[in-house]
Design a protein around this ligand. Structure first.
Ligand SMILES: [Zn+2]
Length: 277
């Protein structure tokens, strides 16, 4: 049991990081928006930039006395993308141009080369407006991995091999649940379709990244089975049900990506729902 032996030290000064505040006058005590973060000069070092952003985490309306036990928040999801660009160099350049406002933690080339572009603990801008379950800020909880692929071609074997090795290390390092390896289309079904239909989700699930259904046991669901609830419980945003169904089918059915759930699709959905959720 914790026992206070002394009165807590309450400091009234709230400037915990000595940064010239005139550099970024718009930063207040609220969370920094992406628009505000964009205002930070890109030429700053990572350390200076992070310190500046952290100023917004100090609540000016509260007293300050610092606890001594903490570490850094860890990623709990991995979101997989394809770049829809022509080369890994083009993608790297995209993530370094000031006007693009997009990034990812990792880019993997067709030859299996893995390039890290942001520290795992930083919040990259890869998910955009997205939702999974009740999480509405996927950038804050996830790592983004971009696969160099134009969206119309199979993924290279060396690339998938490198991805599997990377996922294995990230899963172990950050204790990421296997259900939390998902695709961009899962979390933004009205806007995104990556990674493409060529992406080997079953192969990933077999290795412990993501979910897949038991093809040998596709029982018909009971009459009470509610497929909208099942999609929602798996994580899909069903606000636009048509988009959610298409996203589900692109991932798990692949050969038919219509907006209608067939009897077979309902069996797959029921199997996934019963198996994992
Ligand atoms: Zn994407």
């Amino acid at each position: 049991m914790l026992q206070a032996t002394n009165a807590p030290i309450i400091r009234t000064d709230t400037l915990k990081i000595s940064i010239d505040s005139t550099l970024l006058p718009s930063l207040g005590e609220a969370a920094v928006t992406e628009a505000q973060a964009e205002a930070i000069p890109p030429i700053m070092t990572t350390e200076d930039r992070v310190q500046l952003l952290m100023r917004a985490g100090i609540n000016k309306s509260a007293d300050w006395t610092e606890a001594i036990h903490y570490d850094i928040r860890k990623p709990n999801f991995v979101v997989i993308h394809h770049t829809a660009q022509h080369s890994i160099n083009q993608t790297i350049r995209t993530f370094q141009l000031q006007h693009t406002k997009v990034s990812a933690h990792y880019v993997i080339g067709k030859d299996g080369r893995v390039v890290q572009m942001l520290n795992d603990y930083l919040r990259s801008w890869h998910a955009g407006k997205s939702k999974w379950g009740n999480i509405t800020d996927m950038n804050s909880v996830s790592l983004g991995i971009e696969l160099d692929n134009n969206g119309r071609e199979p993924f290279a074997e060396a690339q998938i091999q490198s991805l599997l090795v990377l996922l294995d290390s990230l899963k172990t390092k950050y204790q990421i649940p296997f259900t939390n390896f998902i695709g961009h289309a899962d979390i933004a079904p009205t806007r995104k379709d990556d990674p493409s239909l060529f992406f080997p989700w079953k192969r990933l699930a077999d290795r412990g990244f993501g979910v897949w259904y038991d093809e040998s046991n596709l029982a018909a669901p009971p009459v009470t089975f509610n497929e909208v609830d099942a999609l929602r419980i798996i994580g899909y945003d069903v606000t636009n049900l048509r988009a959610a169904i298409i996203a589900f089918k692109r991932k798990f059915i692949v050969t038919d990506v219509s907006e209608v759930l067939t009897d077979y699709d309902r069996r797959v959905l029921f199997n996934l729902y019963r198996r994992y959720f």
